[in-house]
Design a protein around this ligand. Sequence first.
Ligand code: FAD
Length: 295
Amino acid sequence: MSLREIYGSGPWGLSIEVFPPKTSEGDDGLRQTLRELVPFQPAFISCTYGAGGSTSKRTIDWCREIQDQFQRAATAHFTCVGSSREELIEWLAAAYRGGVRNIMALRGDPPAGSTDFQPTAGGLRYANELVTLIREQFPEMGIGVGGYPEKHPEAPNIDTDLLNLKRKVDAGADAIYTQLFYDNSRFFQFREACDRLGIRIPIIPGVMPITEFARIKRITALCGAAIPGQLASQLEAVQDDKQAQFEIGVDFAIQQCRDLLEQGVPGLHFYVLNKSQACRKILTALGLTPTASSI
Ligand SMILES: Cc1cc2nc3c(=O)[nH]c(=O)nc-3n(C[C@H](O)[C@H](O)[C@H](O)COP(=O)(O)OP(=O)(O)OC[C@H]3O[C@@H](n4cnc5c(N)ncnc54)[C@H](O)[C@@H]3O)c2cc1C
């Protein structure tokens, strides 16, 4: 299914994000996760593109497997890192030949330890340039872009960041998928600010259920998402009990998703970190029933 067709008057659109594992055990684990989540009928499953282009081929291979073996539309993430314009076009052509029709178009991060993104010689500097390139070369591709309710870490302020988001929309993006967040009020403020700027494409919240507090502290420290004080205290109180952290995290995500859906979001994009258990519990609590699967 193309990103352009998912969000409309029908039920909210479910999407699930996974990453290409590094080992064959990881591959088997991801297949099992997909077998457990595909019955919830996600509109698409997206597969990330490793930092520095490290999963260039595997991202396409996984998208093909998702489409061929799991019968679900795939969205391939793609970044500007490490490729010239010609190499970007070559990769997009390979994805297209592999049947991929949706791209999550991203700039990518600077190398670990640096905050200064340097484009590759002959390459692109910002994601809006990648959106323009895809629109020029592969006009029928669906294009998702990243949005940051709590501001991209490199942006000097939220207003500048929003103007830069608008560049991606004006270049032809079909939908915005947000960075993870835990304070819905930040998302609603972001959505209103997008509306004031004339951004009219669907804005899909990114949800990462907390299953392990230490891990989520590392992730939020990198991306700048705030953990609400009450949630942080609840998790601190059980820092030696992983099962309790999982339960608190899942309960919180259920409430978070219910609130987002009540406030009319057109879809939910789950960062599942290649695991299914938390997401299954959340989707079931939201009233989704898995279909019988023959996979
Ligand atoms: C949904 C989602 C999926 C992701 N998947 C991946 C993945 O698979 N692989 C991966 O490596 N990373 C991924 N990321 C992380 C992403 O690559 C980083 O957040 C990266 O630092 C910024 O990417 P971007 O596409 O938002 O960049 P951009 O939109 O280019 O923004 C980067 C910074 O530059 C500023 N900026 C943007 N355009 C301009 C302009 N024209 N002039 C001046 N300033 C500008 C912005 O305000 C921002 O501070 C993902 C992020 C999200 C939200």
